[in-house]
Structures are given as C-alpha cells and as structure tokens.
Ligand binder design. Structure first.
Ligand code: AMP
Ligand code: MG
Length: 364
C-alpha cells in the first residue's frame, strides 16, 4: 500500500523540471488529460505538459510531481499557469510507502482495534482467526431483590448488581448473558447455575458467598463444581468463591462475587475481569496502574488488608494525576463507585496523607 503511485492532492501532474522556475515567474503548461481516481492514467506527460489530476488518481507516466490546484491558474481549456516549483515526488504517494509485501501489519494476539480492522481490509484479508468473545452469564441471588422495576415491599431493594455486571461484561469486550434473579433457595440457585453452565463460557454470580445462614451460592458451587471458597485480604470484596464446572469437554469458570454492590464490581475488576480477558485471548489482563498523588488524606487502619478506595483521578497541568475520594467508601455506597474513575490502592497501614504518592488503577 499504496499499490500504485497516486496523487495526494487535487491539482496538476507535472514534470518537476518543467516548473523549476515557477517561483520566479508562472510557467505555462499544456493540459493533455484529466485523470480521475479509479481509472488508469493512459496519456504520458511530456515536456511542458500537465495532466489535471484528482486525489487518489494514478500518476500518469512521465509526471513526477503534483502542483496543488490552489497554486495554478487555468488558462482556457488547454493550458494552465503554474505559480510554484515542486520537488520530484512532491504530493505523490509512492508504491509501498505504507505497507510492503512481507510486512506484519497485525501481530498474532493483538486486539482487533478499528484501525487494525481497516488495515486488514486494506490488504484484502477478509477472514482472520480470532478468539470468540466469551459468553459470560450474570446471575443475581437474594430474596430481597426486586428486578422488574415494580414497587419495593418492606425489606426489599432493587437488583443493581445484575445490570451493573452485565454492563461491566460488555464494557470489557465480552458477550453478556442475563441469567436473571433467583431466590435464596438451593434448588433454584443450582438450576440457574446449571442453565448458565450449559449456555455460557463463564458465569458471574453475586451474593450468597459470605457467612450468612442463606449464603447458599457457595454451598451450591461446592456441590456442582470444583470450588474454592475464600476470604481475600482486600477491602471491599472480601468473600469470594471460585469454581470450575464441567460441560462435556469444556470447563466453565464460575466467579461467586459478593453481594454488596461495590464489592461485586470491585471483585469483578480485580478477580474476574483479568481471568476473562485471558480467556478472551487478550495479552494485557489488568487495568492501567499508575502512580498518582493524594490530593487529600486517605486514612485507614491496619487490618492486614489492601484497601481499594473509589476515587476520582484528575490530570493536572503539571502532568500529575491527583486523586480525591469519590464519596462514601462503604461497600454498599454504589454512588461513589459510580462517580469514580479509578481505584486507589492503599496498602495495609494508616493510609496516606495529602501530597503522598498513591497507586491507582484507572477504570476508564
Ligand atoms: P449477600 O452477600 O447475599 O449477603 O449480600 C450482601 C449485601 O448485598 C446485602 O445487603 C444484599 O442485600 C446486597 N445485595 C446482594 N445482591 C444484590 C444485588 N443483586 N443488587 C443489590 N444489592 C445486592
Ligand atoms: Mg444474599
């Protein structure tokens, strides 16, 4: 690419030596042809001749440069005055200037970004081998959940995890599959997970993996799948269950995320998303992690855990990212997660003061 030499400008294809003196006085050339994009240039350009030419049209034989039309003046039907000298090759896009035979244009394992799709189309490669997007099922569990937008009865709340996780799945480049809401009932949970395993490459559940009497997701996972249940030394999102179910020869990972809305999204970010990205063939699994400066204190107590604070990171004129709390840091306070664009990583200890360095994971 380009496959043939063509003009980058609308103008006149000329022999550069003919117009070498045009900066001193206009040079009159005879116009012998008009060359449009999409058709070959048939007539060669000879001494003191020019061809009218449009962007993308092939250079006619004999011409070695193009004068942009703005630097010319047409004289009748057959002549043009050229007001400017051009160097050989000027405004000409040469054969192979972009891509030569044998060049690698997209490395194996790359994401098919829009420009890569374009470059593959440019070289006529219409079919490429790619990883399928994992189909990721999302299931909410809990007797308290209302999913249909109806009125809330006493003790009820709306199911926010499923819409949020479905959106997170889509935003991460996977295909979301809505597995609905199930009650805190062993059989109902087992049935829903079973359906998900049949239909999906991976599952996300939320709720029911903690220490409550009806935290049955972990119980069901323990029966259905090769399961590990753990308390992770992070905050939010301490409880986590991970199981692998078998479907024929496929192995379907199941991420049992905690129910608290912030916890479910943070554990998706830290635990599920990297694994799903790996499954999807990405070579980079994690969010961009960068060093920022605390614009205000982030206090915490030593508890053996790494804390992930929901923050807004803003780039200052000095090129430094500064972070402020995005709001209440409780694991039920989804509004701060919604306002955040990053998670600040607060290692075990007393936190950081204003001006201290703090690592952040950029969420967008
Ligand atoms: P659990 O882990 O099931 O004990 O849930 C922990 C907390 O998260 C409880 O306050 C639940 O009401 C809440 N929760 C669980 N699932 C959801 C959900 N899908 N949407 C909103 N909140 C939820
Ligand atoms: Mg629950």
């Amino acid at each position: 690419m380009p496959p043939f030499a063509n003009t980058a400008m609308d103008g006149y294809a000329v022999r550069s030596e003919d117009v070498a003196s045009a900066n001193d006085a206009p040079v009159r050339l005879r116009v012998i042809d008009t060359v449009l994009a999409g058709a070959p240039a048939s007539k060669p350009v000879g001494v003191s001749e020019a061809a009218r030419i449009m962007t993308g049209a092939p250079m006619p034989p004999g011409a070695d440069a193009v004068v942009m039309v703005e630097r010319t003046e047409r004289v009748g039907d057959d002549h043009v005055d050229v007001m400017v000298a051009v160097d050989p090759g000027q405004h000409v896009r040469g054969v192979g200037e972009d891509i030569e035979p044998g060049d690698v244009v997209v490395e194996a394992g790359s994401v098919l970004t829009p420009p890569r799709v374009g470059v593959l189309a440019e070289i006529g490669l219409r079919v490429v081998a790619a990883y399928p997007r994992p189909r990721v099922g999302v299931l909410s569990t809990g007797d308290e959940l209302v999913a249909d937008g109806g009125p809330l009865g006493p003790g009820q709340i709306r199911d926010s995890n499923r819409p949020a996780l479905l959106a997170a799945v889509r935003a991460s480049g996977f295909d979301p599959v809505d597995l609905g809401v199930v009650r805190d009932d062993r059989q109902a949970i087992a049935d829903a997970i079973g359906r998900g395993v049949e239909d999906c490459d991976a599952l996300l559940t939320s709720g029911g993996v903690s220490m409550g009497d009806v935290d049955l997701v972990k119980v069901v996972l323990g029966e259905l799948a090769d399961m590990r249940w753990m308390q992770i030394a992070i905050r939010p999102a301490k409880p986590f269950a991970f199981g692998v179910a078998e479907r024929d020869s496929a192995r379907v990972p199941i991420f049992g995320l905690p129910g608290n809305p912030v916890s479910s999204l943070v554990s998706f970010e830290l635990l599920a998303r990297p694994a799903l990205r790996r499954m999807a063939g990405f070579s980079v699994f994690d969010r961009v992690r960068m060093r920022a400066v605390a614009a205000e204190p982030f206090t915490r107590r030593p508890d053996g855990k790494t804390h992930f604070a929901r923050v807004r990171a803003e780039l200052g004129d000095d090129g430094v990212y500064r972070v402020r709390s995005a709001g209440g840091q409780g694991s039920h306070q989804l509004s701060a997660m919604a306002a955040a664009n990053a998670l600040a990583v607060l290692p075990d200890g007393d936190g950081v003061g204003p001006g201290d360095r703090v690592d952040v994971l950029l969420l967008d």
